[in-house]
Design a protein around this ligand. Sequence first.
Ligand SMILES: NC(=O)c1ccc[n+]([C@@H]2O[C@H](COP(=O)([O-])OP(=O)(O)OC[C@H]3O[C@@H](n4cnc5c(N)ncnc54)[C@H](OP(=O)(O)O)[C@@H]3O)[C@@H](O)[C@H]2O)c1
Length: 343
Amino acid sequence: MAAVLIFGASGYSGLELLRLLGAHPEVEVVGASSDKYAGEPVRRRVPSFPRELKFQPHEAVEALSGEIAFLATPARTSLALAPRLLARGLRVIDLSGAFRLQDPAAYPTWYGFAHDAGPALAEAVYGLPELPSAPPPGRLVANPGCYATAAIMAVAPFLSAGLVPPGAPIFLDGKSGTTGAGRTLDEGLLHAEVDANLRPYRLLQHQHTPEIEQALSQVAGRPITVSFSAHLIPMRRGLMVSAYLPAAPGTTEEKVQVALQNAYRAHPFVRISERPPETGTLTGSNFVELHARYDPRVQAVLAFAAIDNLVKGAAGQAVQNLNRMLNLPETTGLLPEGWVTGR
Ligand SMILES: NC(=O)c1ccc[n+]([C@@H]2O[C@H](COP(=O)([O-])OP(=O)(O)OC[C@H]3O[C@@H](n4cnc5c(N)ncnc54)[C@H](OP(=O)(O)O)[C@@H]3O)[C@@H](O)[C@H]2O)c1
């Protein structure tokens, strides 16, 4: 059993990590950090957790021995914490954006801080296992953002298949439930502000924009820019990205479907559906549901990706990356043993 530490265990992603890792057959959670809940039994927040364990202050968890650390912490915290843990010989899976962008100069613009952990950033591996030729995880995995996961997976197949002409504008419309914003108190996230309401936010400055462009540029083999708008919708969890892609001459409905099937043939967590996806059925699962159509009237591909933002968009994908790190089947702890793809 690999000994695991979870930093930020009281947050939405951290609690989901406790739920998933508590049931994982190959790891043991030996530390769960929270200043807010310090001293409280983990089971009070996660009833299915299998052992007696108490939340401990962040500093106390950092002093524990372990093999793998999950950082479900704000990006600035991860930026400082990851190098210290790496120096002590732990492997790190970071759920924040602190190590997702290869160019440190991009951080002041998109994250509001200067990146001062260059060596760690240089060795970080972007952990989206469904990307074509995704590298094996090294000592530090940058777990992708929730919107980025859905956006990249919706668009990548059509870039790979050459169905989007160079220079074509790519428009991405993202919608997320409120857990996507974390548990920090914020007037704009009060029930009375969010319920029966819909609003775009962080227009032109959402921090997942450069992450999406970085991954799609690698897939396409040329620089890709996107216009991405995020919306807050009145539900707790679940996320959808709708992508609008001008299509190259000669694109047909059949080519669109073939591109989608070819991209994800060997990936257990991808469901390609014949009807548009919906978020509700994915709650608690690590699946991404994809659907695409060719619109011949405007020669565009419409592509949709739905996920649970806290599972495939955060904790579940982090467990997928843990499995890859430990050379286990990607589905360990996420799907029942013997589960076979229905595709
Ligand atoms: N929510 C999502 O859908 C989602 C999806 C993908 C990635 N992410 C990323 O995952 C990370 C966690 O997100 P979240 O939404 O789960 O956050 P959250 O609900 O706001 O929780 C934040 C956690 O970080 C801890 N924390 C805050 N300041 C800290 C510090 N200085 N040192 C150590 N720990 C500290 C908090 O602990 P206390 O108990 O002490 O307050 C809490 O456990 C973020 O970087 C976020 O961008 C989130």
